[in-house]
Design a protein around this ligand. Sequence first.
Ligand SMILES: C[S@@+](CC[C@H](N)C(=O)[O-])C[C@H]1O[C@@H](n2cnc3c(N)ncnc32)[C@H](O)[C@@H]1O
Length: 316
Amino acid sequence: MTDRFSKMQQQFLCCYPVNKMSWSSVKLPMEWDEQKALIAATCGHPLNERYPVRTSYQEAFIKRLMQLLKDHEELHDDLFSSLCIQKDNNHGKDYAYKHYLLLQPDAHITLRESISFVNEGTTGLCTWEAALALADYLLQHSDVVKGKNIVELGAGTGLIGILLKLPALGLDAGQILLTDGSASCVQLMRENVTLNFPTAPKEAKPQCEQLRWDEVKDFPWHQYAKTDLLLAADVIYDDSQFDALIGALDHLYTSRGNCLEMLLASTVRNVDTLHKFMEQLTVHEYKVTPCANVSACASHFCRDHTAAVQIISIKR
Ligand SMILES: C[S@@+](CC[C@H](N)C(=O)[O-])C[C@H]1O[C@@H](n2cnc3c(N)ncnc32)[C@H](O)[C@@H]1O
């Protein structure tokens, strides 16, 4: 693979919007061997051959490439054959794969995800922008997770917990417990953990359990290490869940003598909803600090940046 296509490869494998890809790296006219190299780096990538990204995405990518090339040169056969192969892949299925390539250091996360935003009554079966932003933040501030026992609330597909345990990143986090209120999410998370840690012993990979925020008191916490850090991404969108979430925080902070910090990443969709949650935090005597340098932090992931993501630290 030529370095020239490394960005496009990263974007393709995580299904970054086709119209926002780095098409400027495709220099026209594109020789046959260059066309072949681009197809090999994307549709023909071994990760995609084993765990294909969604069919409609691959089709859109190849059609966009054909459009770009059609007035300049003859199209390589591999473009047509890639288009045909896609038909047999995951067409009509609810799930497909995404591969999050970290270029520096060389590592990747493969996740099976729902191809729709809402599926089986939950929004957690695909990975959201706030999770990518929080993952980026943690990669930039590894001291925050080093040696810490971490619980993630509303963890969805499990991206952050998997990232924290990847040996190649050496983040050195303690025990990671990924939780979600949806049984479908927990099942998917477990599948994704197995996909990324096929042979690792229990302590070297995240654990996954069902935890609804209004049932936090009944959870068997004694079976897990004492929590040092809570994480959550994109869980502030439904104000009917605020009491349950604040109740869960009250229980967890009190049980840890308030020696607990939470990092909460939220996509700013509705300012009023976020504001309402902040007010509730203040009423419950939490101290909120915006995390410095969020926008400045270099992105290891292909992030869309269409909506701002706010990351705050919550202490009491
Ligand atoms: C928008 S998704 C975010 C998933 C993931 N954190 C991400 O950013 O990709 C919200 C998640 O919160 C979970 N959730 C919502 N209400 C919950 C509750 N009351 N208790 C536990 N989990 C809840 C959902 O099941 C879903 O997985």
